[in-house]
Design a protein around this ligand. Structure first.
Ligand code: HEC
Length: 185
């Protein structure tokens, strides 16, 4: 092995070595970075979809792309998803800890806290978990508001017969990013 090759190999080994103990601060930083990448990819897809083909087609894009984006970013032991108390995709259903955290987030948002700072972490059952609030912005009302265009309603009814993610107002808690990582024992 040449010198360069060896040092590249060593660097790769070092960066892949798991920490002996859960390093909370590092995991939180990683979770924030992952969430940012996830949010940016979702937003880009949504904007492109709406601009190029309108909300009906954008719904179709969200339907296929949102889970694909989450799956694509779920690497190195991380699992990325979104959840809510009122879900559109049944795969996004909140577990007990997520439900409790969503209720806390809604209270914090109502109390006037800046949504950008609403996040929590926990370590339980050998897993690091992270959640970050997702507020409702004006753009979201096209597909999550209370007055949807008839074509939007028709498309949603077709793809999500059990859709609960309607009737939101700007500033409401729409849901949360939810990330988990299994810790090395
Ligand atoms: C073009 C329509 C459309 C717009 C606009 C839209 N969404 Fe969605 N949203 C969807 C669809 C479709 C799903 C289901 C995706 C899936 O199947 O995973 C979804 C799912 C979600 C979820 C996952 C939880 C759930 O209900 O299943 C969250 C959180 C969410 N949207 C937040 C937002 C936010 C915040 C905005 C505004 C920035 C927004 N959405 C704008 C169509 C839209």
């Amino acid at each position: 092995m040449g010198m360069l090759k060896r040092s590249v190999f060593l660097a790769a080994m070092l960066s892949l070595t798991p920490p002996a103990l859960a390093d909370d601060a590092q995991l939180t930083q990683d979770a924030r970075a992952q969430t940012k990448a996830f949010a940016q990819a979702l937003q880009k897809t949504l904007k492109q979809g709406i601009q190029s083909s309108g909300p009906d087609a954008a719904i179709h894009l969200c339907n296929t792309e949102a889970p694909a984006i989450a799956a694509g970013l779920s690497q190195n032991g991380w699992q990325l998803a979104r959840t809510s108390t009122k879900i559109r995709n049944p795969d996004n259903v909140a577990d007990a800890w997520e439900q409790q955290t969503l209720a806390e987030f809604a209270q914090r948002l109502q109390a006037g806290e800046d949504p950008m700072g609403i996040e929590v972490t926990t370590i339980a059952d050998g897993e690091f978990r992270y959640m970050k609030a997702i507020p409702t912005a004006p753009l979201c009302l096209t597909c999550h508001g209370s007055q949807l265009a008839p074509s939007v309603t028709a498309k949603l009814d077709e793809l999500y017969p059990a859709d609960q993610a309607r009737g939101f107002n700007v500033g409401d808690l729409r849901g949360a990013f939810t990330l988990r990582k299994t810790l090395e024992q």
